[in-house]
Design a protein around this ligand. Sequence first.
Ligand SMILES: Cc1ncc(COP(=O)(O)O)c(C=O)c1O
Length: 391
Amino acid sequence: MAFEFITTQLSERQRDGYYRQRTCVDYERDGIIAINGQHYLNFGSNDYLGLRHDQGVLQAWVEGLAQFGAGSGASPLVTGYSVAHRELEAYLAEGLGRDAVLLFNSGFAANQAVCQALFANAGEIFADKLMHASFIEGATASKASLKRFAHNNTGHLSNLLSGSVSDRRLVASEGVFSMDGDSPDIATLVNTANQHDCWLMLDDAHAFGVTGQHGLGSVEHFGLSQNDCQIVMGTFGKALGTAGAFIAGSHALIDYLVNYARHYIYSTAFPPAQAVATIYALNCVTTGGQRALLHNNINYFKTRAESEGLALLPSDSAIQPVIIGEPGRALMFSEQLARRGLWVPAMRHPTVPKGTDRLRVTLSAVHTAKDIDALIDAMVLVREESGRGID
Ligand SMILES: Cc1ncc(COP(=O)(O)O)c(C=O)c1O
């Protein structure tokens, strides 16, 4: 039978506890999510600053719609690139101390584009073992040979680099890892890449908007120049509350991507109104008080979780994973928390390595101390009822 693998592979996923289904959200706002008519405290969103519903961001989007229309109308090299896109690029380039910036429809597309365009013929990519699937898929599909170094292990990276020969080598890591919430030792990473004459790329999806004096992410937080980190990727769909992504770097890099990145050239540009709203969101990030609220919540969650003996990973970010270890149990914990009015998604293989199936708690500026208390109390109760796990 044609395409028989479809049913076989789906049954395998079901058998192993890794089958995925979508959850349709009725409504989400101010830390509350409604699903199938039930309301929950939401600990599963990447809207770290609560900007998705910020009145100013919404108003800016509406004004953008009135000025530019609903969509961009074309791909960027045809007529889809507007003054709103250009303004957002210039704003980012200046803030990040980069020559230039290029906007993409998503972080997935941006990561794929870098891999495809820079490694169309040859080269070597050295990626942290826990890099996001959007980068790893891109690297695998490129003509580069992909080598993965143990998570945050610059010694292992150095060994791999010592044995390499290509004149086209890229080290890739994340500012804040999407599933573990931790960060690499950036200074050592920069030195290691530098010593071996490699470029460094940081996927800053989860740090952009959150860390750094003005919230501009790892580049600002660690003072990384364009020579330290040649490719910066950031997304707008998480802390900024809108959607889309960017690559920042040298004039030559951006010009090259404009000419060779197929994900950029052959895709309709995102709506100019989205760029207008994103500029507004960036202003909120730099001047608003949301980041301070988020950091207070992170500290409060960690202190309470530690005092209850809940085992956390070494994360100081809004992503606070609680490892369960088996897919069925991770789902069970998530369901038990939902029964108590708390929405905490379970993350299972292949999104995370086998045996590290987990709850992925994400904190936001919109949470109150009482919300966090409710979460911790429920986790403790579920742990007691289950007799094992979450510690
Ligand atoms: C680390 C990381 N990189 C890239 C992406 C992809 O970004 P986007 O959701 O904008 O496609 C994500 C998010 O899903 C991510 O967590």
